[in-house]
Design a protein around this ligand. Structure first.
Ligand SMILES: C[S@@+](CC[C@H](N)C(=O)[O-])C[C@H]1O[C@@H](n2cnc3c(N)ncnc32)[C@H](O)[C@@H]1O
Length: 424
């Protein structure tokens, strides 16, 4: 398994030192390593996600084990992967150390002794090292300090639960395609194949253990899709009715667009500015046998793609910090910078302004983010409402939702929703 440790270390390095996206880097690696067994693929995913989930904590432990800083960032990443394994996995400690030493002998021959000494030292001094890591918030929670400060300022004591939520293993939740089956029928189908699941929302089922989608009955036939339970609120909140013309202005990869199409006979225009991600919208719609007009365009400049016909409903699932979905994307914690929040807010306001004229009178626009920061959520909406007398924010309700904010918890990711009505 030392090759998996090394590969995981390369992925962690690409994210932390190269600014690369974890999902993309992992899938490129798996494509390159097509001979990996399913176990090796699973292990690589666990090691790279796990190390990034606890990056700041592991790094603090490593710093306290070193007499002087490491010069080689690749070696540092290998040590972090091994420390993750020792601290957070059930693999045998001696096997982990041996593999890391062998990995070092291959890639960093002069450092094999150092790797051995550091990891054995960790095992000897584990309780004291963990206690030291607990002394600073950034290494206790494994988040950047600016992120922790922003959550404390906004949520006070509740920040703790939000931070902890982001370090959980996310649940795998399915959306049942109402055009094909019902949630209770699909639950029975899963049970018949000994796949344990429970109903969490009328169309949402959470699996007891995540599994590859190919193992889900009738997945290829479009009976279900993977979608977080919190993301499944969007289609209901937008309140679409048969015959409506609907715009999904930031549609890729198409989860909410497909849900809207499953919910009613609507004419949907699905726009996104990322041509590659739009391909995924097409693939998803094809599998689900749904139809939409898929358009590559910038939601902030509709004059370049809009045909002039207004929409009765608009979904603006705008680009955001994704701070509500870090349990699925732990790399976000290390890729975002404090100043990104302000630039997202500017972009979000711009998109909202540009989409408003496309909404018909008496129409509704659902503004959505997967952020927990008020600067991208309530503050964008408040500033917009101040400038638009014809916009009224409607009440939305969902379990646990406060002022549109759904905080991440063990059932769902964090989302913000605001429904705006264009006064007739
Ligand atoms: C949060 S994701 C949308 C998720 C999608 N609604 C779903 O449920 O599957 C945001 C999307 O906005 C797109 N995007 C970012 N800036 C955009 C812009 N100015 N115009 C249109 N799309 C944009 C991104 O490419 C990304 O696909």
């Amino acid at each position: 398994m030392q090759h998996i440790q090394l590969e995981a270390a390369r992925i962690v390095h690409s994210v932390v030192h190269g600014g690369r996206n974890l999902t993309q880097t992992l899938s490129e690696t798996l494509r390159r390593q097509s001979a990996y067994t399913p176990q090796e693929r699973g292990a690589l995913q666990d090691l790279s996600y796990g190390t990034l989930r606890y990056y700041a904590r592991l790094n603090c432990i490593l710093d306290n084990l070193l007499q002087r800083p490491l010069q080689d960032a690749s070696l540092q990443c290998l040590l972090l992967v091994a420390l993750y394994q020792l601290q957070y996995t059930k693999a045998g400690q001696h096997a982990i150390v041996d593999q890391a030493v062998r990995a070092a002998k291959n890639s960093f021959p002069s450092a094999a002794g150092l790797v051995n000494a550091i990891l054995r030292n960790f095992l000897r001094r584990q309780p004291a090292l963990l206690q030291t890591a607990d002394e600073k918030e950034a290494s206790r929670y494994a988040y950047p300090q600016w992120w922790i400060d922003a959550l404390h300022a906004q949520y006070g004591e509740a920040a703790h639960a939000i931070l902890e939520s982001g370090n959980r293993h996310p649940p795998m939740t399915l959306r049942v395609n109402a055009r094909r089956t019902s949630a209770t029928e699909y639950l029975a189908l899963l049970a018949s194949q000994e796949i344990a699941a429970r109903l969490v929302e009328p169309e949402a089922l959470t699996l007891e253990h995540p599994l590859a989608v190919e193992r889900l009955p009738e997945f290829v036939e479009g009976w279900v899709s993977v979608q977080d339970a919190g993301a499944q609120y969007a289609a209901k909140m937008l309140d679409v009715r048969n015959g409506m013309r609907v715009l999904d202005a930031c549609a890729a990869p198409g989860g909410k667009a497909a849900h809207l199409l499953e919910s009613g006979d609507i004419e949907l225009v699905a726009v996104d500015k990322d041509v590659m991600r739009l391909e995924r919208v097409r693939e998803n719609l094809q599998r689900l046998q749904l139809t939409a007009q898929v358009v590559c365009g910038d939601a902030a400049t509709p004059e370049n793609w809009w045909d002039g016909k207004t929409f009765q409903r608009i979904l603006a699932d705008v680009p955001c910090s994704a701070s509500g979905v870090v349990c699925r994307h732990p790399d976000i914690k290390w890729l975002r910078r404090a100043e990104d929040i302000e630039s997202f807010a500017v972009q979000q306001r711009q998109i909202l302004e540009s989409l408003w004229p496309l909404l018909a009178r008496d129409g509704k626009l659902l503004y959505a983010t997967c952020s927990v920061f008020a600067r991208e959520n309530q503050q964008v909406i408040a500033a917009f409402l101040e400038q638009h007398d014809d916009a009224k924010r409607l009440e939305l309700s969902a379990p646990g939702m406060v002022d549109g904010q759904l905080l991440p918890n063990k059932e769902h990711d964090g989302f913000f929703y605001a429904l705006l009505h264009k006064q007739a």
